[in-house]
Design a protein around this ligand. Structure first.
Ligand code: PLP
Length: 403
């Protein structure tokens, strides 16, 4: 089989599995809040992982890392967690973008009932925030939306296209308006260097299962000075310094620490390896189609934008992505139509539509996301198979597209 849906989830790293397994198979156990040796052993394992995640992000201290159940919870904690602060200072307007993951966008539902207002920053045809338009928005705020700007949340890299946002510039601009800056870096971490100090963000969400850790573990980075403003969304015990109650997922946390260590250790070659694999997939398509794929109704989305090395978004004329996915699946090659969370939904992707695609184009778009376990020949073969299936579908549809 060829697994090309790593943006949905990655297989767990062998080393992450080995590190976490004693905490699952009963060899090691203990509540990290207990003060006896078993508890202290669990506490030490958690604190070591916290340091590893802090090192990966170049955080100032490990106390800036709050473990969560994943990216969705981290996103919810970052934004819902700031509602009461934003109300207290009467800066109740939050800027976000139409290309965010639903873990951000769904927080807008009913926000006005809490006295919070969302405003969308405009994006261009690649889904990149238009900095000049954002600056105008901040300088000349709409008068029909009450209160002042208090916070911005823009993802670092998009899960459907891999496009990277100019986050440092966004953070600088928004800080000059005294706003808090959050980024959803769930897709970016593990696929590009993510340095919270270079980016200048106040909060950053990440998720373990996107880069080799177990499912159900993630983290929110919250800059030290900002932590007192955060309101916990899960209350109970005083775990995670009162920011997130509940007995810690020690096994998951240990796996996240190992994935973070591994990311730092393998960065120099791994990111370019991912890039080469994506290229090999394209070569496979070209080989099967006989040259320039643009002439055969294929379009690489956002090719002119800064992109993650592992994600390829392709729009293919005359080919419904669901049919193509199904055919690839029959041959044990696994790709995706847009994001995993929205596949199966009859609605075309909100990300692609925000970039200006029509419903038809959005429904003809597939996402290929490579991982470090893929290899060159496998990718060429998968690209060729995709092109063969495109030809078959077009033939079945009787479409007159040059192939
Ligand atoms: N944010 C982005 C950009 C994502 O791609 C995802 C998952 O696909 C999430 C948030 C949610 O993360 P999790 O699955 O860990 O809850």
């Amino acid at each position: 089989m060829t697994y090309l849906d790593n943006a949905a989830t990655t297989p767990i790293l062998q080393s992450a599995y080995e590190k976490m397994s004693p905490w699952i198979n009963g060899s090691l156990y203990g509540n990290p809040s207990s003060i006896h040796s078993c508890g202290r052993c669990a506490r030490n394992a958690i604190e070591q992982a916290r340091q590893q995640v802090a090192d990966m992000l170049n955080a100032e201290s490990k106390e800036e890392i709050i473990f969560t159940s994943g990216g969705t919870e981290a996103d919810n904690l970052a934004i819902f967690g700031m509602y009461s602060h934003l109300r207290d200072i009467d800066r109740r307007k939050i800027v976000t973008t139409p290309i965010e993951h639903h873990a951000i966008l769904r927080q807008m539902d009913g926000a006005e009932d809490y006295g919070i207002y969302y405003v969308m920053a405009p994006v261009d045809h690649n889904g990149v925030v238009d900095l000049a338009a954002l600056e105008d928005m901040l300088r000349y705020p709409r008068v029909d939306v009450p209160s002042y700007f208090g916070m911005v949340s823009v993802m670092l890299a998009n899960n459907e296209t891999g496009v990277i946002q100019p986050l440092r510039e966004i953070a600088e601009l928004c800080h000059s308006y005294d706003m808090l800056v959050h980024t959803d870096a769930v897709q970016a971490v593990g696929h590009m260097k993510v340095d919270v100090q270079e980016l200048g963000v106040d909060m950053l969400s990440l998720s373990g299962h996107k880069f080799g850790a177990a499912d159900g573990i993630g983290a929110l980075y919250v800059r030290k000075g900002v932590q007192p403003l955060l309101m916990p969304q899960i209350v109970g015990g005083s775990q995670e310094r009162g920011n997130r109650a509940g007995t810690e997922n020690v096994a998951g946390i240990v796996s996240l620490g190992e994935a973070a260590r591994w990311d730092v250790a393998t960065r120099p070659w791994r990111y370019s390896h991912l890039y080469d694999e994506r290229l090999a997939f394209m070569l496979g398509i070209e080989q099967e189609m006989g040259g320039d794929i643009g002439k055969h109704g294929f379009r690489v989305n956002c090719e002119d934008a800064d992109r993650l090395p592992n994600i390829l978004s392709l729009t293919i004329d005359g080919v419904e992505s669901e049919s193509l996915l199904f055919m690839m699946d029959q041959d044990d090659v696994y790709i995706s139509a847009g994001s995993a969370c929205s596949s199966g939904s009859p609605e075309p992707s909100h990300v692609l539509k925000a970039m200006g695609m029509s419903d038809t184009e959005a429904k003809q778009t597939v996402r290929i996301s490579v991982g470090q376990d893929n290899y060159h020949q496998e990718l060429i073969a998968a690209g060729m198979l995709l092109a063969k299936n495109v030809k078959r579908i077009r033939k079945m549809n009787g479409e007159k597209i040059a192939i």
